[in-house]
Design a protein around this ligand. Sequence first.
Ligand SMILES: [Fe+2]
Ligand SMILES: [Fe+2]
Length: 246
Amino acid sequence: MTQQQLVTAGTKMADVIHMNHLLLPVINRFGIRLGFGDQTVEEVCAQYDVNLSFFLDIVNAYHDETYFPREKMRAYPVDMIVDYLLKTHDFYRQKMLPETQQLVEDLIGSCSTDCDNLGMIKDFFSKYKKELENHLRSEEEHFFPYVQALTRIGQVSQGLEEIRSAYNFSYDAHSEEHENVVSKMLDLKNIIIKYLPPDYDNALCNNLLYWLFIFEKDLKDHERLEDIILLPALRKIEQQLMQNSG
Ligand SMILES: [Fe+2]
Ligand SMILES: [Fe+2]
């Protein structure tokens, strides 16, 4: 991994996009839209009422995989982190998954033979889509509300296990879901790259692959934030509550 030039408060927002155009959806998740003129990151964040430090850490963590100030990021309010993660979920549901589905259908439409193999891709993707949607929903119904509930209570009047089971949150199940959604995205790319008989339109297949690479990068980054920032924050709150109640 090579170290990238980092984004700073004084960087022009337009230059951020030139540095790494994959940051566009990340920036959009903060409610920030194009048309920056020559404004700096600090000026744009002030205009959109976005926390500058959090914005810089998220953007730089995405831009440069060697940049990950764990302790600093774990100190941000849980609600701020959850809000960003929820916007990412919306982006996957509203944009990434439907666009991927369309690209798969475009590819199937370009097939000149019986297309059995492309049918396999379609089935694989349909199952993957359901699995990812279930994962997003489970985090929204169990993981995030559980963390938020614990941050709001001053002390535990009932056992921690009881509260955890009320939200039905399991560390093991969550970790297994993360492994699956990331590894199956890699499987999908590999089926296309390694095993698909090339009786389809090259440009359409490349479009799908480019898109899957972008999707995979964004998804890995998202799961990394949840695993490295939010889960340890949750464990810390649990430990504190146990000490307070002990
Ligand atoms: Fe998530
Ligand atoms: Fe997740």
